[in-house]
Design a protein around this ligand. Sequence first.
Ligand SMILES: *Cc1c(COP(=O)(O)O)cnc(C)c1O
Length: 354
Amino acid sequence: MKHNFGAGPCILPQKVFKQASEAVLDFNGLSILEVSHRHKDFVEVMDEATSLVKKALNVPSGYSIAFIQGGASLGFVVSALNMMRKNKKAGYIDTGTWASKAFKEANSVGLDASILASSKDKNYAYIPTKYNIPSDLDYLHYTSNNTIFGTQFKNTPQTDIPLVCDMSSDIFSKEINVSDFDLIYAGAQKNLGPAGATLYIVKDEVLGASTSDFLPTYLNLKSHVEKDSMLNTPPVFSVYVAMLNLRYLLENGGVKAIEKKNIEKATLLYNEIDTNPLFRCPVNTDDRSNMNITFLLEDDTKKERFDSLWNQAGIVGLKGHRSVGGYRASMYNALELDSVKVLVDIMKELNRTA
Ligand SMILES: *Cc1c(COP(=O)(O)O)cnc(C)c1O
């Protein structure tokens, strides 16, 4: 058994892997990989996936769900195009690589987008809190969890401006208030399912309200919502496995229960990083992510031994992103507390045998 701390595509529950593999061989007599997306058996899957998203996140009425291909990277474009209003102005909070890519895409589709606040000055080790939000913005965009740098918004920005959020790496990991947002999008492969589907949760008022001169059918959220995510061939397998994973989440206490477990896992690891003299977390204490934990080894001469210890223990995916260095432990919903204990024990052992 490996302990997968990889940043994405992510670990999913073993039960979900098993059910998914069974459906590859037999989904009502066909393989899930060959079934027509128009067949009622798959239409039921899409309907269930949609209603489980609503149930898991308490999505209020007046919001719609869509599963679309293209990843969160297409979400950068889709969100900008669909949220464009008469002022054609948008504000972005720059908290790292993904946030700044989203910002660039907004400008590329004809918005006058500006960065309202950035934590680039400290290599994105904190979440900016002091900034002005101009009242003439069409929307404000932020990235709730910064997968690469290990920061996470603990509070939703307070504003009357419509809020758009890239929740790719922390959706379903904690309770959220969907009614705070006009648009939420998230690539499936961080906490929801396999790569291929991107989840959109959109306020119905947004649909059809874009002022963009350029809005091809595929990039218009309205076309996807009206066709119940069947505008074209949806990512059938990805949606199927996401549905299985949402069933599993709800059978096990839902988002409220997983949030508690995620806090427990993160507390255990941060506590070790903070008390073990060999390690250090570069992130501002109040802004630390519960999903992606970045940490550095203070003493480079110990690197070889640390790497060999965690490799031997079956840990994978711990290497830090090149823009931070060191290590990154991604601890998505399906990673068990026991896996975190294995890592923490190794960190303790490294210090003991210093
Ligand atoms: C991984 C990630 C993305 C990019 O997702 P793709 O689906 O690969 O386009 C965007 N935003 C965040 C926060 C991510 O973690």
